[in-house]
Design a protein around this ligand. Structure first.
Ligand SMILES: [Zn+2]
Length: 202
């Protein structure tokens, strides 16, 4: 049997009985998540798992490298910006969290260039993160450049969030806060950006 169907059956047998009330209330009253997460599509970095959250708690948008594009309303198909607009203007979340991570293939491609087999969309998408790369000092070894870039992309996304006028207004009014994190896939440890650097979360 398909692995996903087996997983669904486990969910119905084990989780549904204990979470049924919660799902039914969420269906009846709608979702009111307080946190919007911008995460990477990477299969190892599930925001709900990392933050120990349940259904209804996190409004999540995931894309390659957890990049927030700058505010622009041209003719492009702005999936991430649409999710931000819904989360901030309709759901009125109280917090936006940018969740980057170690061993990010998207960040590696920012540093090394996108694979030739993925040039249609990945290349222009990762171009958005060029300022993150420019923020890294010269003279570091390759692994350190990648590690620094993982953090710089989180900072760039946090900064780009403020280019959305309704996000800036909400932050200025104290209705919304922006936080940045980085998750270590190999050690399961979370770091939080404290305004200057990334520090371990105890
Ligand atoms: Zn990633």
């Amino acid at each position: 049997m398909h692995r996903l169907i087996e997983g669904y059956r486990r969910f119905r047998a084990e989780r549904w009985p204990t979470e049924r009330d919660r799902y039914e209330k969420l269906a009846l009253y709608g979702q009111r998540p307080e946190t919007l997460v911008i995460g990477c599509s990477d299969s190892r970095v599930d925001p709900q798992t990392v933050f120990g959250a349940g259904p209804g708690e996190l409004f999540v948008v995931r894309n390659v490298a957890a990049i927030v594009p700058p505010y622009e309303t041209g003719t492009g198909h702005h999936g991430t910006s649409a999710a931000l607009e819904y989360g901030v203007r309709v759901l009125e979340v109280k917090r936006i969290v940018v969740l980057g991570h170690a061993q990010c293939g998207g960040v590696r491609a920012i540093v090394e260039g996108a694979p030739d087999s993925a040039a249609d969309f990945i290349k222009p998408w990762l171009q958005l993160a060029a300022p993150a790369l420019q923020a890294i000092p010269e003279g570091l070894d390759h692994a350190e450049v990648i590690h620094r870039c993982e953090h710089e992309v989180v900072r760039l996304s946090m900064s780009n969030l403020l280019s959305f006028p309704w996000i800036k207004d909400a932050v200025d009014a104290g209705r919304l806060e922006i936080e940045g994190f980085s998750f270590g896939v190999a050690n399961g440890a979370l770091q939080r950006f404290d305004g200057e650097r990334f520090v371990s979360v105890d």
